[in-house]
Design a protein. Structure first.
Length: 17
């Protein structure tokens, strides 16, 4: 759901490779 996507999206932005 949106929750999972939001977490993954935020995680990716918080720690960009």
């Amino acid at each position: 759901p949106e929750a999972c996507a939001a977490i993954l999206w935020k995680s990716a932005q918080a720690a960009p490779k």
